[in-house]
Design a binder for this molecule. Structure first.
Ligand SMILES: [Fe+2]
Ligand SMILES: [Fe+2]
Length: 430
């Protein structure tokens, strides 16, 4: 357990204790009785949980992706079909087995099983107490019980998990929940309705589930396809950015270093993860518009004013390239403004201060620092890391957002080793 913090260890132990407590209570309160049909349903659902862990559904949301496991729908179904004792026993067996098969570390297995076992056990207890078997499944009362059961299941299962994740990424729980709200809503609106359909079929006509399978497979492949398209588009854009960097030997890996510094600043500012991803993607692609600038101009030591005008167009060209892809549209604006200056003397729109999007202000600092500290053929003097940081400080409030400069200085100093490894040439490392 070397790589988990004390807080995380405590949370795992607490979750396990709650699970044990609920299991002991269920042992006293309920009986372990299964008829033949129950055994078949239990086996089908347990095998489905094992299989579903192998087939994570990747849901693309904007330019990001979230992984969903259908097992949430299956455990929810188990909570409804079986009494709490049987529910907890089934979950413990199937979750532990599936985690062992996917070779998870032991403490992850303990946490996962205890967390899902506890959430599903409580949900089962809730159904046991409030679901009315004398009313039809689709009666308003029972539907109300099922929907509230889904909310309880979701809340209990995600609470400990998100708490653990918020410890790991060092963000407050509430803001972490809010940051992930779009992923959470996808989970609520896809998995739980599926769970409710499964419940209905298993209760009244289990064979109907066979008809559900083809549509689930179709959805799986459609989502998988969309995910592949997003990844391939990203890779293609990164490849173009790399070609641009290689146009001049001095700027090899420039975009990667700018992205590293940008990401570190975003993390230090504790920006929401989705915003961070958007800004880092724009940082990776910030100079992509240079593909439209003729090489002889890019390579010129003393470009004329007209030639400088052509070079300056790269931020608008970059916006045009990236903006054509609906998934990356927000990042396109950040690319447009990466050469704006805090005092309003930048380009292309001469924006001033906070009129410049935050992401562009961050990229501007990362971009300029890298340009200062790497060899550029048009400049005789390369600044050392120390000199680069000093220059950032001097330009705060003139070229750069003064509120961001201190943060940038802190994180660049911390990332020095990583950046130096990517430097070309390495001579200027100090
Ligand atoms: Fe640029
Ligand atoms: Fe750049």
């Amino acid at each position: 357990m070397q790589n988990i913090t004390k807080k995380a260890g405590l949370l795992i132990s607490l979750t396990f204790l709650l699970f044990l407590f609920l299991f002991s209570y269920s042992l006293l309160r309920f009986r372990f009785i299964l008829n033949k049909e129950d055994i078949i349903v239990a086996i089908i659902l347990s095998i489905s949980i094992l299989v579903s862990e192998k087939f994570h559904v990747i849901i693309p949301i904007g330019s990001e992706v979230s992984e969903l496991s259908v097992s949430t729908a299956l455990t929810f179904t188990i909570a409804y079909l079986f009494n709490p004792l049987l529910t907890i026993s089934l979950i413990t067996i199937s979750e532990t087995l599936s985690d062992i098969v996917s070779k998870k570390q032991w403490y992850k297995i303990v946490f996962n099983t205890a967390n899902i076992g506890f959430a599903t056990g409580i949900t089962s207890l809730y159904f046991w107490k409030f679901y009315n078997n004398f009313l039809p499944f689709t009666s308003a009362y029972n539907i109300g019980v099922i929907i509230s059961g889904a909310l309880i299941h979701f809340f209990l299962e995600s609470f400990a998990l998100y708490l653990l994740l918020s410890f790991i990424v060092n963000r407050p729980l509430l803001s972490f929940y809010i940051e992930n709200i779009k992923f959470i809503s996808v989970e609520i609106f896809t998995l739980y309705p599926l769970g409710i359909v499964l419940m209905y079929f298993f209760k009244y006509n289990p064979l109907m589930n066979a008809f559900l399978l083809p549509s689930l497979i179709a959805v799986y492949y459609a989502l998988q396809r969309r995910y592949v398209v997003i990844q391939e588009t990203k890779n293609a854009l990164f490849a173009i950015a790399e070609v641009v960097d290689k146009k001049i030997p001095d700027t090899i890996d420039h975009s990667k270093r700018v992205a590293i510094i940008t990401e570190a600043i975003c993390n230090e500012l504790k920006l929401p993860l989705s915003q961070t991803n958007e800004i880092v993607l724009a940082a990776m692609l910030h100079d992509i518009g240079k593909i439209a600038v003729p090489d002889f101009i890019l390579k010129k030591q003393n470009p004329s004013e007209e030639e400088m005008e052509v070079i300056r167009l790269h931020s608008i060209e970059g916006e045009k390239i990236v903006g054509r892809l609906s998934l990356f549209r927000k990042g396109a604006l950040l690319i447009r403004h990466h050469h704006e200056r805090w005092d309003g003397t930048g380009y292309p729109d001469h924006l001033k201060g906070e009129e410049i999007p935050l992401g562009s202000r961050i990229i501007a600092i990362a971009d300029s620092f890298d340009a200062m500290t790497t060899q550029r053929f048009y400049r005789d003097k390369v600044r050392s890391f120390k000199e680069g940081l000093k220059e950032l400080k001097e330009c705060a409030g003139i070229q750069f957002d003064p509120n961001l400069v201190d943060v940038a200085i802190k994180v660049i100093s911390e990332k020095k080793e990583e950046l130096i490894k990517l430097m070309y040439p390495l001579l200027n490392a100090q």
